[in-house]
Design a protein around this ligand. Structure first.
Ligand SMILES: Cc1ncc(C[n+]2csc(CCOP(=O)(O)OP(=O)(O)O)c2C)c(N)n1
Ligand SMILES: [Mg+2]
Length: 238
């Protein structure tokens, strides 16, 4: 636990051993907590030096590690929405030593940038584009015959999720049979406090008991499974 932003470079031996995500995937699961602590300390140190986005990245340290651990990046595609949360992603994908050049001439960009790394799949900055970008990537993979062996994952914040473009993309995704995963990164914060119906809905959902949540999930599964059968079995209340 830190009580101040480190001004000296923290000692991060595990993090320093990871220049490729292959290395990350070789770690034991029980080393990932240590990696998360080191990554968070290094992030605080580097952003403390360069300025930039703090909170959004700090909130996705564990998520970023988990995504690169579970998926075979960059063969699998991560699509960060807005992209100001992608500093931990940059640190884990070969750019740790360049973090101190962030937002300087010829330095790292503050957002995912395709020319910077194969791990940056989509040049971002604008919000709410990740789901449609992921669908486009999946369509391209389908045409290349790679749809079955490459995952595409959109990570979208609760703020970005409120935009019409994200809803259009969800609507589109629901009509396709493609394997696109959408992760809602709900930290109950946008540029400022969130407002509106979706934000209240998420708040109510997280306040619900685990039993209510599992019942809702089970209900959603049953509906998806049973609705196509409805004309055949005509059950009540589906
Ligand atoms: C098209 C567009 N509109 C507005 C913005 C301004 N903007 C920057 S970040 C953001 C939303 C951030 O909230 P969230 O998606 O919850 O991400 P978090 O910061 O919580 O990770 C918005 C709307 C933008 N980047 N692009
Ligand atoms: Mg948010």
């Amino acid at each position: 636990m830190l009580d101040a932003i480190p001004t000296e470079r923290p000692i991060t031996p595990l993090l320093d051993s990871i220049d490729e995500t292959e290395k990350l995937r070789e770690l034991d699961v029980d080393q990932l907590d240590t990696l998360a602590r080191e990554l968070r300390e290094f992030l605080l140190y580097s952003v403390g030096k360069t300025g930039g986005h703090f909170g959004a990245g700090l909130g996705v340290v564990e998520l970023t590690i988990a995504l690169h651990y579970v998926f075979n990046t960059p063969h699998d595609s991560l699509v960060w929405d807005v992209g100001h949360q992608a500093y931990p992603h940059k640190i884990l994908t070969g750019r740790r030593e360049r973090m101190l050049t962030m937002r300087q001439p010829n330095g790292l960009a503050a957002f995912p940038t395709r020319s910077e790394s194969d791990y940056d799949t989509f040049g971002v900055g604008h919000s709410s584009t990740s789901i449609s970008a992921a669908l486009g990537m999946m369509a391209a993979k389908r045409q290349q015959g790679r749809a079955k062996d490459s995952h595409t994952i959109a990570i979208i914040g609760d703020g970005a999720m409120t935009a019409g473009m994200a809803f259009e993309a969800l609507n589109h995704a629901g009509a396709l049979d493609d394997n696109v995963l959408v992760i809602l990164n709900d930290n109950n914060m946008s540029i400022s406090n969130n407002v509106g119906g979706l934000s209240s809905y998420f708040a109510r959902m997280w306040r619900a008991s685990p039993i209510t949540l599992s019942a809702a999930a089970a209900n959603a599964c049953c509906r998806n499974f049973l609705l196509p059968l409805k004309p055949c079995i005509a059950p009540k209340n589906i």
